[in-house]
Design a protein around this ligand. Structure first.
Ligand SMILES: *[C@@H]1O[C@H](CO)[C@@H](O)[C@H](O)[C@H]1NC(C)=O
Length: 403
């Protein structure tokens, strides 16, 4: 009953995590032109996506506005509004397929609600303007915008509507329609680890920190601690079976916190930039999640102590466990390099590891001491049956050699 419930819960968690990580996001999109943008955002309505690369030395931004679920009888537009939050004042890029069956793309400053999206120059320079129509329902506008140095956080508006011949007509204006919700703010530096103007953290940085702390605590600290509990408490007869429950409690909570940390990482990765840069970190993270989950199943599928398969189970449980610990530590350093927090954090984590390493070394020596001593006493007590209780065949052989 308990096992069944746990298995069911685990499957649900697994399923929903996988489902959400495979949901369509801008991050997983590859442009057919092989263009690469460092950042992207899934816009909340109208199945639209904004991809961009911001160059801080020139304040120029390359953008691609991708609008899915459209057709040749509709227009699409994306705009920055430097003076307001809605449509009035929007500096728009507009595209549609015109009557010559060519994608027509142009700039249009919007000054009133009755706009027909007439062509005109924008308040900032636009170059490399082009548009594509692909997969019979996807329009993308490409452009390079030369923004002022203060314009790294802007208000954006995106829109779509019907065409009449070669003229864009008014979009849906029903107050409940998605077309009335297609505006929001955009931070071109969102994915870079710089502090915001107020000296505070951006929401992304806060979430990155949460991700880092959750994983450093769970995979990076609790997991090795739990392994140490199993390895070093086991020798004390009085700690039996307490060590087992401590080990399970430690690893289960580490796994629970670790999965939360892992999920925040997937979310951060799916929103963000630099696909290539974070690949190693992401792949190790996914591997860790799988190995960690295997360990939880290992607990549920554990054969009895005297079962003939117990030896194989032990080998499997130990090798997966040690791999998890090694990979976790590697990935925490990978993550620290990506986040690049103040140096002290790397030092603090290294300090924790060194401390645990020293404690483990001392306990390791102590364990060997106890085990050998125990074998020696038992063979002194029962010299003829030295291979009895502890299965000390090897020791019996060694005593014969006078060791
Ligand atoms: C269609 O758009 C292309 C590209 O902007 C333009 O050269 C062409 O004149 C347009 N055709 C019509 C009928 O407006």
């Amino acid at each position: 009953m308990g096992k069944g419930l746990t298995t069911l819960l685990l499957s649900c968690v697994l399923f929903s995590l996988c489902a959400s990580s495979f949901a369509q996001t801008c991050k997983s999109y590859a442009f057919s032109s092989n263009k690469i943008f460092t950042s992207c955002q899934d816009l909340p309505v109208l199945s639209a996506f904004l991809h961009w690369s911001y160059d801080q030395s020139t304040n120029k931004v390359d953008i691609a506005y991708r609008h899915t679920g459209t057709s040749t009888s509709r227009w699409v537009a994306w705009a920055i509004n430097p003076t307001g939050t809605g449509m009035i004042g929007a500096q728009a890029l507009v595209a549609y397929q015109n009557s010559s069956s060519v994608m027509h793309v142009y700039t249009s400053p919007v000054s009133g609600y009755g706009t027909t999206l007439a062509e005109g120059a924008l308040s900032f320079a636009v170059s490399n303007l082009s548009a594509t129509f692909e997969n019979s329902n996807e329009m993308t506008i490409f452009a390079t915008l030369a923004l002022g140095s203060g314009m790294t956080t802007v208000n954006q508006v995106w829109q779509e509507g019907p065409l009449s011949g070669d003229s864009p007509m008014s979009h849906d204006t029903a107050s409940s329609s998605a077309n009335m919700k297609s505006a929001g703010s955009l931070d071109f530096l969102n994915d870079q680890a710089t502090t915001s103007a107020g000296g505070g953290l951006t929401s992304r940085q806060r979430r990155q920190n949460v991700h880092g702390v959750l994983n450093a605590v769970s995979w990076g600290t609790l997991m090795p601690l739990g392994a140490m509990i199993a390895r070093y408490l086991k020798v004390f007869k009085s700690a039996n079976p307490a060590w087992f429950y401590l080990h399970v409690a430690c690893q289960t909570s580490a796994y629970a916190i670790g999965v939360a940390g892992w999920a925040t990482g997937l979310k951060l990765g799916s929103e963000a930039s630099s696909v290539i840069q974070y690949d190693t970190h992401r792949n190790i993270g996914i591997t860790l999640f799988c190995l960690g989950t295997l360990q939880v199943f290992a607990l549920l599928l554990r054969p009895k102590k005297d079962h003939k398969y117990r030896l194989y189970w032990n080998i499997y449980h130990h090798s997966v466990g040690y791999s998890v610990i090694i990979l976790s530590i590697i990935n925490i350093y990978e993550g620290l390099d990506i986040l690049a927090p103040e140096k002290k954090w790397k030092k603090i984590y290294s300090g924790i590891l060194i401390f645990m390493g020293v404690v483990a070394a001392i306990l390791e020596a102590f364990t060997w001491f106890i085990v050998i001593k125990r074998k020696r006493t038992s063979s002194e007590k029962y010299p003829a049956y030295g291979n009895g209780v502890n299965g000390g065949n090897g020791y019996a052989a060694r005593t014969e050699n006078g060791v």
